[in-house]
Design a protein around this ligand. Structure first.
Ligand code: MG
Ligand code: MG
Length: 270
């Protein structure tokens, strides 16, 4: 199915990078707030404060009625958790996803952390394996002809870690809207995916579970939980493809640190 892909100019991608670094700072503040005894609402408030102080706007708040600035998903909650009264405990696996808009251009990023000391090595492997799957996908984007190459790299890294991808949830194009074509799959599929070319901006976001690929949505109509109650992780960055290479928009270093182990260097948009 042909999809209309919004290709960005370099100047537009530079504005997206401004939104992206605000998201990075919001996630850093939210992560710092995710300590034992804090509520998931406290985590959300930390992200919201950074976005407001930066003069940016949240793209999550009010999105199809979503009531918060960040999705905060704990343990068997994989994505789209609604922040609230839940109190975090040592060993919890917490995924935080948020985004920001600057001058109409969107950024979107997520990360997963463990509160205090991990309860099990499996939790450490879950978080690290999903983080690596993200960076493997971003590294593949640097030389990909089509997004199939990105999906394959994410799937291979996920499999290597012994994890299972959340089926039915995907990454996406990003620009003047948070979610736009093309879809970015986290595993191989039969269909053809979009061509990778300068101007393409995508959010790559592997969502992995320890036990099962099956999930359910809770009665709040948002929270996605693993069907077997096992824990999940979610890592995401928004990335620009330009004439000279790729640049991770939601990282101040363009992704240099994360890409290093894959032998890829980001190329500045300047
Ligand atoms: Mg996100
Ligand atoms: Mg996203």
């Amino acid at each position: 199915m042909p999809e209309r892909v919004e290709l960005k100019t370099r100047e537009q991608m530079r504005v997206m990078a401004r939104a992206g670094v605000i998201v990075e700072r919001a996630l850093a503040a939210a992560s710092a707030a995710a300590v034992a005894g804090a509520t998931t609402r406290d985590v959300d408030a930390a992200a919201a404060a950074v976005i407001a102080d930066a003069g940016a706007t949240s793209n999550f708040l009010g999105y199809h009625g979503f009531p918060a600035t960040a999705c905060v998903s704990v343990n068997e909650e994989i994505v789209h958790g609604i922040p609230g009264d839940r109190v975090l405990e040592a060993g919890d696996v917490v995924s935080i996803d948020c985004g920001a808009i600057v001058d109409g251009w969107h950024g979107d990023s997520a990360r997963t952390l463990i509160v205090g000391e991990p309860l099990a090595q499996a939790d450490v492997d879950l978080v690290e394996g999903t983080r690596r799957a993200l960076w493997a996908g971003i590294a593949a984007l640097a030389t990909a002809k089509r997004l199939e190459d990105v999906a394959a790299a994410i799937e291979d890294e996920t499999e290597r870690a012994g994890l299972h991808p959340l089926v039915g949830y995907v990454g996406h194009g990003i620009g003047t809207a948070m979610h736009q074509p093309p879809e970015v799959m986290n595993y191989r599929t039969r269909g053809r995916l979009a061509k990778v070319r300068p101007g393409l901006c995508v959010a790559i976001e592997p969502m992995n579970v320890i036990g099962t690929s099956e999930s359910e949505v809770l009665a709040d109509d948002w929270t996605v939980v693993s069907a077997d109650g096992s824990r999940g992780a979610h890592w995401e960055h928004s990335i620009a493809v330009h004439d000279d290479g790729i640049w991770v928009l939601t990282a101040a270093d363009g992704g240099a640190e994360g890409l290093r182990e894959f032998g890829v260097s980001p190329v500045p948009l300047a």
